[in-house]
Design a protein around this ligand. Sequence first.
Ligand code: DP6
Length: 332
Amino acid sequence: MKATAKAKAHTNIALIKYWGKRNESLILPTNNSLSVTLDGFYTTTNVSFDEGLTHDTFYLNDEVVEGEQYHRVTQFLDLVRQLAGKPIHAQVRSINAVPTAAGFASSASGFAALAAASSRAIGLDLSDSELSRLTRQGSGSACRSIFGGFAEWEKGEKEDGSDSFAIQIAPKDHWDIRVAAVVLSSKMKKVSSRAGMRRTVETSPFFNGWIESIPSDLEAIKQGIANRDIEQVGAIAEANCLKMHATTLGASPPFTYWLDTTVTVMQTVQQLREQGIPAYFTIDAGPNVKVLYLPEHEQLVQTTLREVPGVTDVKLSRVGQGITYLGDETIV
Ligand code: DP6
């Protein structure tokens, strides 16, 4: 038997960050997080399970992938095989329209597309919640990319992780907010988000303060999203991002994902606000900055960000949709 399915998933940017795990192997977080899915950055993945294969293969942008990245994909496929009760190997082909590992959550769109395509190809018929729960075990932030619009990842309480998955807060069409991805460096980051959050949980004295601040941030941002209030959403997202990055400075050894240009872009965004333009930044585990703004300010925001010395590119995005399936085929 040979069964193939293809899926497309968009990346997401967290407005309330996921930063810390309570269980590393099941990927269970220490806090709820909330994100917006972006239509500009996505991964399309084709998974072909074939009884004739003796091992899995993984191609990213038409190149064979080995090492750690390959290992994470096969481990994920093991979960899918186990769930379906079918010990068959697969060929995985992914095309990434996201700069990999530079603070753009390429693992988010990558694992969401892999989960959708592989579960479908192997014959599992999962609900969105079940798919999100499965996706979480590939990469935490990816569980939010199952949904379009705005999604919250409920950390859950159970030790087996059965109640830890994302839910949609508002659909794509709820609010036409825009996100500019400001690219400073497309180099691979030095500390992966996985290693960075582990070091923070284990050593940063600021970690408890971070966790304590989450419930009120979440409540306020959800209210802001419901009211389409960019001042409220932006202010909370920016402050939440700063708190997350502050935990890394308290870690031992200390580290930061910021470069000098990261700080310059942050200051430029604050200057835009002083001129009356509601623009707000957020930053993931890398040096690049994402800026939230409204459609009527697109031209000015884009031009201003492009002029910052050290900025190599500015990519604009709208709110994106959830998983889409692009066809499947079974040959018996
Ligand atoms: C800073 O989802 O990449 O982007 O679960 O270990 O794969 P793993 O981590 P990952 O971490 C993302 C961290 C973040 C914040 C966020 O997206 O919420």
